[in-house]
Design a binder for this molecule. Structure first.
Ligand SMILES: Cc1cc2nc3c(=O)[nH]c(=O)nc-3n(C[C@H](O)[C@H](O)[C@H](O)COP(=O)(O)OP(=O)(O)OC[C@H]3O[C@@H](n4cnc5c(N)ncnc54)[C@H](O)[C@@H]3O)c2cc1C
Ligand code: FES
Ligand code: FES
Length: 451
C-alpha cells in the first residue's frame, strides 16, 4: 500500500505493509530514533508524535499507529520540534531551565506532548501529560516547565498543513464505499483508531490482512444534533465525544476524561469501543443508561437496535459478517446521568467497575431508572432487578438499601486481576448509594470533599 504524508515538513511516499507501525518505520527505516519505544501498547507516551489533519494538530502514540492511518496528514516527531539550525522550541528550553529530565527516556514524548499543548494553548497540563509516564524526574519540574513555556509564541516551523487531494484505492473515502467493500470482504478486519487492533499486531504478532481503515470516512466522524436525538458517527474519537458530552452530560464527559490518555482519546473511536464487545469498555454502560440506539449497516441495508441488545454474551455481539457499526444515537433528555469509574489508577487505566445511573425522580418518587454496569458480567449489562426495585418507590435511603440487596440477582461478577467478585458487587451497591447522596447534595468524591 503506497501512502503519502508530511514528515517534519517534508513530503514522503512510503510503500509499506498495512500494519507496519509508525514507530517501527521511524526508528528502523528513517533512523529517527528520538521517538522511543517503552511499552509498545499505548500506555507510556514515550513514542508520542504530533499528527495534523483537517481538525488540527493532536498527539498520538506512534507504537499503535499504522502507516496508512497517516495518509494525507502531517507528522511531527521530536526531531521536528526544534527549529532551523537546532534552535530550541520554548518547551525544550523550559525543560532545561526547570530540570525536567534525568534519564531522558521519557523526555522526547513529554516534549512532543508539551509542544502540542503549547500550540493548542492548553493549560490543563495534568490532563495533557497524563499519557506520558516519567519514572525518575517526577512530574513537578515537568509541569513547571510546561507552565513556563505557555506564554511564549508558537514557533513558525511548528505549523503544518495536511496534504490535499491524496487518493488511495485501499482507504475508503466514505461510508458507502466502506459498506460495499466490507460486504464483499466480510472476513476483513476494520481498523478505526487501532487502540485495540494495534496491540493485536505489536503484542500478539497477528497477521490481519485484509484490512480496511475507517479514518478517511469523514461522514462517519460527525456529531449531528437532530430534533429529538444526537447522532454520533462511529468514527468519532473519544476527544470529540468528550467535547460534546461536556455540554450535555458532564458526568459522561468526566468518565471519558479518565479514558486512556490524551493520545488514546485522540485515536480511539466510539464505534471501536462498542464493536469490540468488551465487558469493560467505558462507553457502553453510559450509552445503555442513556437509552442509546445502535445503527448497524451491511452493504445498503441499515438497521437500528437498542444498544444493550448488541451485547449477547462474552465475545458475541448481534452483528453479521460484513456488517459494521455506523453510528449511535442518544435521545434528548433531562440530564440525570452519573457515571462512576473505579480503576486501580485514577488516570490512564481500564475500569474494574463502571456504573452509570440515569434515574428520574418526581415528587420524591422514582418514575424511571436505567442503570448499567461494565466489569460486572461478561458483557456491559443493565441492572434490571435493581431498576424494578426502585421504580415507584420513595426516593429515600431506605429504598436505596432495599435496592442494594438485589444487585446479586442482576450480577454474579468474576474475580480477576482488576478486582475480586466480592469487591465488585459491594462497590456496585455503593455506587447506587453515592448517586443517592449526590442527589441530595452530599459531596462524595474524594477529589471534592474538603477537610
Ligand atoms: C493505553 C490504552 C488505554 C485504554 N484505556 C481505555 C479506557 O480507559 N476505557 C476504555 O473503554 N477503553 C480503553 N482502551 C481500549 C480502547 O481504547 C478501546 O477499546 C477503543 O475504543 C477501541 O476503539 P478503536 O477506534 O481504537 O478501535 P480499533 O482498535 O480500531 O478496533 C477495535 C475493534 O472494533 C472493530 N471496529 C472498529 N470500528 C468499527 C466499526 N465502526 N464497526 C464495526 N467494527 C469496528 C475492529 O475491527 C476491532 O475488532 C484503552 C486502550 C489503550 C491502548
Ligand atoms: S511505546 Fe509506550 S505508548 Fe508507545
Ligand atoms: S527522566 Fe527518566 S523516565 Fe522520565
Amino acid at each position: 500500500m503506497t501512502i503519502t504524508f508530511l514528515l517534519n515538513g517534508e513530503t514522503v511516499q512510503v510503500d509499506a505493509p498495512p500494519t507496519r507501525t509508525l514507530l517501527d518505520w521511524l526508528r528502523e527505516d528513517r533512523g529517527l530514533t528520538g521517538t522511543k519505544e517503552g511499552c509498545n501498547e499505548g500506555d507510556c507516551g514515550a513514542c508520542t508524535v504530533i499528527v495534523t489533519d483537517d481538525d488540527g494538530p493532536k498527539t498520538l502514540n506512534a507504537c499503535i499507529l499504522f502507516l496508512p492511518q497517516l495518509h494525507g496528514k502531517a507528522v511531527r516527531t521530536v526531531e521536528g520540534i526544534s527549529g532551523p539550525g537546532g534552535k530550541l522550541h520554548p518547551v525544550q528550553q523550559a525543560m532545561i531551565d526547570h530540570h525536567g529530565s534525568q534519564c531522558g527516556f521519557c523526555t522526547p514524548g513529554f516534549v512532543v506532548s508539551m509542544a502540542c499543548a503549547h500550540m493548542k494553548k492548553r493549560s490543563d497540563f495534568d490532563d495533557q501529560l497524563a499519557g506520558n509516564l516519567c519514572r525518575c524526574t517526577g512530574y513537578a519540574p515537568i509541569i513547571r516547565a510546561a507552565k513556563a513555556a505557555a506564554s511564549e509564541p508558537v514557533p513558525d516551523w511548528m505549523i503544518d498543513t495536511p496534504l490535499e487531494n491524496v487518493q488511495n484505492a485501499h482507504l475508503p473515502e466514505n461510508t458507502d464505499e466502506l459498506a460495499a467493500w466490507y460486504a464483499d470482504h466480510p472476513d476483513a478486519t476494520l481498523i478505526a483508531g487501532a487502540t485495540d487492533v494495534g496491540l493485536w499486531v505489536t503484542k500478539q504478532l497477528r497477521d490481519l490482512a485484509p484490512v480496511a481503515f475507517l479514518h478517511r470516512c469523514n461522514d462517519l466522524q460527525r456529531i449531528d444534533i437532530a430534533k429529538d436525538h444526537t447522532h454520533i458517527g462511529a468514527g468519532c474519537t473519544m476527544t470529540q465525544v468528550l467535547e460534546w458530552a461536556s455540554d450535555h452530560f458532564p458526568s459522561y464527559a468526566e468518565l471519558i476524561r479518565r479514558y486512556g490518555s490524551t493520545q488514546v482519546r485522540n485515536a480511539a473511536t466510539i464505534g471501536g469501543n462498542i464493536a469490540n464487545g468488551s465487558p469493560i469498555g467505558d462507553n457502553p454502560p453510559a450509552l445503555i443508561a442513556l437509552d442509546a440506539k445502535l445503527h448497524l449497516r451491511h452493504g445498503d441495508m441499515q438497521r437500528v437496535i437498542n444498544i444493550e441488545d448488541f451485547f449477547i454474551d462474552y465475545g458475541k455481539q448481534d452483528s453479521a459478517p460484513g456488517e459494521f457499526v455506523e453510528a449511535v444515537s442518544i435521545p434528548h433528555q433531562p440530564n440525570h446521568l452519573k457515571c462512576y469509574k473505579l480503576s486501580k489508577r485514577f488516570d490512564q487505566d481500564i475500569s474494574a467497575v463502571c456504573g452509570c445511573f440515569n434515574i428520574s425522580i418526581e415528587n420524591n418518587h422514582v418514575t424511571a431508572a436505567r442503570i448499567a454496569f461494565g466489569g460486572m458480567a461478561g458483557i456491559p449489562k443493565r441492572a434490571s432487578h435493581v431498576e424494578q426495585t426502585l421504580i415507584g418507590q420513595t426516593w429515600s435511603k431506605e429504598t436505596i438499601k432495599t435496592a442494594q440487596t438485589v444487585f446479586s440477582k442482576d450480577f454474579q461478577p468474576l474475580s480477576d486481576m482488576r478486582a475480586s467478585a466480592v469487591y465488585r458487587l459491594q462497590t456496585a451497591e455503593n455506587m447506587l448509594m453515592r448517586y443517592y447522596l449526590e442527589s441530595i447534595g452530599e459531596k462524595t468524591s474524594v477529589l471534592e470533599v474538603q477537610p
